[in-house]
Design a protein around this ligand. Sequence first.
Ligand code: XMP
Length: 601
Amino acid sequence: MTHDSIAVVDFGGQYAHLIATKIRRLHVLAEIRQPEDDIELFKKYKGIILSGSPSLSAFGQDSDYNKKIFDLDIPILGFCFGHQEIAKHYGGKVVHGGREWGPVRLRVIKEHPLFEGTPEVQQVFMSHFDSVIEVGPDFEELAITELGEERHRFAAIASDAIKRFGFQFHPEVDDTVFGEKMLENFVKNICGCKPTWTMEGLLSEMIEKVQVQVGSSSVLLLASGGVDSTVVAKVLGMAIGPERLHLLHVDNGLMRKGESETVINLFGRLGLDKNLHFIEATNEFLSALDGIVDPELKRKAVGDTFIEVFEREANRLGLGDCLLAQGTIYPDRIETGGSKRADLIKTHHNRVPIIERMIAEGRVVEPIADLYKAEVRELGERLGIPREFLWRHPFPGPGLAIRVVCSTGDINDIDDEKTARDIAKRYGLKATVLPIKSVGVKADLRVYEHPVLVHGECEWERLLEAAGNIFKSASGVNRCLLNLGSSFPKKIKPVRATVTKERLDLLREADFIVMEGLKKHGIYDLVWQCPTVLLPLIIDEKGNEVVVIRPVLSERAMTATPARLPEQFLEEIRYKILRLEGVCGLFLDVSTKPPATIEWE
Ligand code: XMP
């Protein structure tokens, strides 16, 4: 069955995926497209939405996209940057100025189907520097915003004749109170999309597609026990039956404590253990990682080893010709799509060259490759997968390898310590820049920079404000950590370190303490993820590892805010972790993403 669908053109604004997610909740399929995609790719859609962007329309930034979309007889609605581009394209004018940020009051001045079922005066969310100050002859002004006596014009524009529309604000953000209604008005009333994209329908389509692709072959799935591969296992079980489904669970030595046991029990509970193959390959992964410091090389080593183990085991089991199934989900595909605007530029282990080759040969089965995480969980619920598995925190494919931070031990490019110190002092905190680097995102690029360690008594909100100010002013810094140790370190020294069994074992223990603590205190489900990380630092000559915990709140992992954890929880883990042999410090990561990322590498 084909579904009516909407293209969301991703100009790099942080909300493009949110637009797609919210449209999908209306049971209409929305897909992300790149602005330079071929015009042929757009013809199947019943509507197009142009997302916002960090670029400035007034200065013609990012204007080399495929403008042929404007020749299509398909309704187009732009938000923020997209709105300005539409205004400009049809003879309007955009200037740099008139900035609005946050919730503002919108007044609808002309009745329009886009605002059907919403009040004349309502709150919308704005985030822009540039403004439309004039529209072309076909367009009319639908809404303005009001701030006291001030009026901001062209907050919404429309040309019904040519079916082009624009909102300066973001209807996809929750702060736009009637945003979902506006999206629904566009998708259903203006584009005429029928809401056929439902979980139930999707599941039967998925099953049918798998049956057609697999034919009479067998399928081998690398089942990590994560949400995605578990849902895929269940879908495959339904599509081809448990006899032709082979699950390969590899203990790569990079997993959490007790993980393999838990996963094997789960597959038993799901009735999918008929052909469950368990491979212990710790040594193989450790030798592939031996001596590597660079995080991208670590990812590659883990990915390549997975493929080697997979090929060898498939042959050993006489499954050399079978298809490979993967739990790839929608963002994995988009992020590795090579977009110049992708927020997360990192190789996904399910898109390495050999897999790409197998995909070209039609040998890879990816039943949930069009779904977002929330949709995978919804599907999993329908399939009867126990809740505690569906709501597990995301865990990276390369596992603890990217949480064991490595170093050459000779970092000496710290250059803006004074700024960080001065800012921290204003909040009554001591500060020092750490001689280690971790990844962050700045202007959509992944960059390796230093964390700042702060120490002292400070209210949570003030602490976050201090961190924000440090990020704004201190160059070369992308993280802020609160020292949970009792005193401010006098001496911090980086040491050379790579991924070793000893370090992994230590991290596993620390991670276990944190995970158990979160569950015991009933906060596991409240945080999106809480990586525990090991840093090769000697503090005050005491030991050679520092543990960092990174609790975050997030919706889709594209952005994140630090999660505030109860004092008693912190006290308990502090007591336990600082007693682990070799651990000389414990820090709490209080950085937002951006400029930091969720993982450290
Ligand atoms: P970052 O660290 O980029 O992470 O903010 C965003 C989300 O992606 C996960 N992540 C990974 N997942 N392989 C994966 O399968 C990786 O190399 C990887 N790096 C980060 C991370 O856990 C978070 O949920």
